[in-house]
Design a binder for this molecule. Structure first.
Ligand code: 3HC
Length: 300
């Protein structure tokens, strides 16, 4: 059955090579997913070699874990490693059919990325953005071919979370959307078409969840109490979830939602402090709450 709102699948174009802009954690998870499920070459790119090497290193480590668990054979592991290459140049995108970006969550940065990618790729290459909150229409506005830009929003951890939000911008055409749905299906994700509105569906809901948790803590309920209150209610308590997605992304999501719906969404000053301190999350490597990070919280 065709997912609600998906165009005729006969319009979908084949995907034989994938380009990824960004080599951070989300981008690296995507590289592995695309290589594993589509079995096509994937180029992971970033601004400097160190980030590229880190991204490719993550992919190799995850493949080794799959091998150790017996999920892939040695031949398959070698094959997957060979499919994912890294580069600081986007030249390898020239014959890609599908490019996805997972760079910093800022409209200007993403628009610049797409303007650069457009110089390299062919006119029918799909430009998919993993943005968690920004407008697809606005992101595509200055491009020569805005019709091939589509929202393609994954969830952390990518290997485990089944959902994929697909977002149609005002100018996205049917062939692009059909290719996005066909690719999402090949990636074995549950694809839903969601409206091009701030933070789409899932992050809008999570924005309330995380925002209220932040507000409850800002009002003086101890961190551990907020976390324990959700034990068994949700798969992850709110501050653990914020740590998983990254405090900067959670803060950006709350700011986007607050700008759109000021009376309904809360921006936590304590979360902003944690982001300013560049803390990666609220938990240490030992899985226990990080007291140094919690010490950043202002008393109520
Ligand atoms: N990478 C890859 N695989 C992972 C992983 C990771 N980071 N974390 C867990 N897994 C795998 C494990 O290897 C295990 O796989 P296996 O069964 O094949 O061995 C499986 O997931 C289950 O892991 P665990 O048994 O260790 O742990 P849990 O049962 O506690 O589940 C969880 C872990 C699936 C992450 C669960 O806690 C969960 O669902 N958390 C909520 C996640 C969520 O809500 N994500 C959405 C965030 S919003 C977002 O990403 C959008 C963005 O735009 C902000």
């Amino acid at each position: 059955k065709r997912p609600a709102g998906a165009p005729d699948k006969s319009l979908a174009r084949p995907v034989t090579k994938v380009g990824i802009v960004g080599a951070g954690l989300m981008a690296s998870q995507l590289a592995l997913l695309f290589a594993r499920q589509l079995r096509v070459p994937v180029i992971l790119t970033d601004l400097d070699q160190e980030r590229v090497d880190k991204g490719v290193g993550y992919v190799h480590d995850e493949i080794d874990k799959l091998l150790a668990k017996g999920r892939v054979s040695q031949d398959m592991a070698n094959g997957l490693k060979a499919l994912v290459t890294g580069s600081t140049s986007k030249d390898g995108f020239a014959d890609a059919d599908f490019v996805i970006e997972a760079v910093f969550e800022e409209m200007g940065v993403k628009q610049k990325v797409w303007a650069e990618v457009e110089q390299v790729v062919g006119p029918e290459c799909v430009l998919a953005t993993n943005t968690s909150s920004l407008s697809i229409t606005e992101m595509a506005a200055g491009l020569q071919h805005p019709e091939r830009v589509v929202g393609f929003h994954f969830f952390n951890p990518v290997a485990v979370m089944p959902l994929l939000e697909i977002i149609r911008g005002e100018r996205t055409d049917d062939a692009t959307l059909a290719t996005a749905f066909a690719t999402g299906k090949s990636l074995k994700k549950t694809c839903i078409l969601v409206k091009n509105s701030p933070s789409f569906v899932v992050n809008r809901l999570l924005g309330r969840f995380m925002g209220e948790a932040g507000k409850i803590a800002d009002e003086g309920t101890p961190f551990e109490t907020v976390e324990r209150a959700f034990a068994g209610v949700t798969p992850m308590p709110p501050f653990m979830l914020i740590s998983l997605v990254g405090p900067a992304i959670a803060l950006h999501n709350s700011e986007t939602l607050h700008a759109a719906f000021p009376e309904r969404f809360y921006v936590s000053p304590n979360l902003a402090k944690v982001v300013a301190a560049k803390a990666g999350g609220f938990y240490g490597a030992d899985g226990k709450p990080d007291e140094q990070v919690l010490a950043l919280f202002d008393p109520p």
